[in-house]
Write a protein of this length. Sequence first.
Length: 288
Amino acid sequence: MSVDSWINETLYAAWGQRFKVKRELARVQSDFQDIGIFETYTHGRIMLLDGVVQITESDEFVYQEMIAHVPVLGHGAARNVLIIGAGDGGVLRRVLQHGSVERAVMVEIDGEVIRLSKEFLPGIAGDAWHDPRAEVIVGDGIDYVRRAPAAMFDAIIVDSTDPIGVGEVLFTDEFYENAARILTASGVIVNQCGVPAMQADELHDTSIRRARFFPHVGAYVAAVPTYVGGYMTLGFASKAPGFDQVPTDVIRTRAQAAGILGSTQYWTPEIHAGAFNLPPYISKHLPR
Ligand code: SAM
């Protein structure tokens, strides 16, 4: 790619963001998607899959902290965690920051995303790939949850692409039914559910599906600058009540014990508790 080119995100047909790029670092058509990694002037290195921004070095901490620390600290005693997608390794790194986590299984369908993230975005995962508690599997998340034994995990974190293409299976009844089966009685699942200002169906439709298999369903928000359109939502479903009502001081105590407090740039106990307070334009998409 020539110097000082621009790349346009293609997520929305009639609206989007663009980045001025210094150079293209990688462009691979894998068996699953078009993978592009670029050096930008404003956001460090960024990765796009099929033209959609997945991660930027400048603001990945927002999303990774919220999709990882909220379920682990909200659960309170998560020992076995399943991560689906998250090929850049950022969620794995943050889940493994929690000493309570004994095992983190990460199932990513595209080995090329892992390979290219290791080569061009090494800071995202850090040393997580070498953590003895980590098990990294290249495979389809739907296949993994079909085969996994019952009550195997305390938390499932689905850091997938949107429900188009390979990501679509991770937003289905079959997926949530198996997720409910392989979670413990206090288990919780968290899914990236898009930006409701532009993708309201993603939160609405998947919340209705989660409600078929879990008694408690909701969402929380994170303000990720490069997920354009305002708040990004993370849908959750839990078997036990109270996941979204853990008092701030309890969250703080848990974070202190985990050594997380003070190590984050977006997540705090107050942000954690406050993220479940949804503006009406978002809460209206959740099942009553
Ligand atoms: N944080 C980003 C976001 O919210 O858009 C997503 C990060 S990560 C790059 C998304 C990953 O989900 C991709 O690496 C993609 O290959 C993976 N993925 C999509 N469908 C999958 C499936 N069925 N099983 C496992 N991984 C999948």
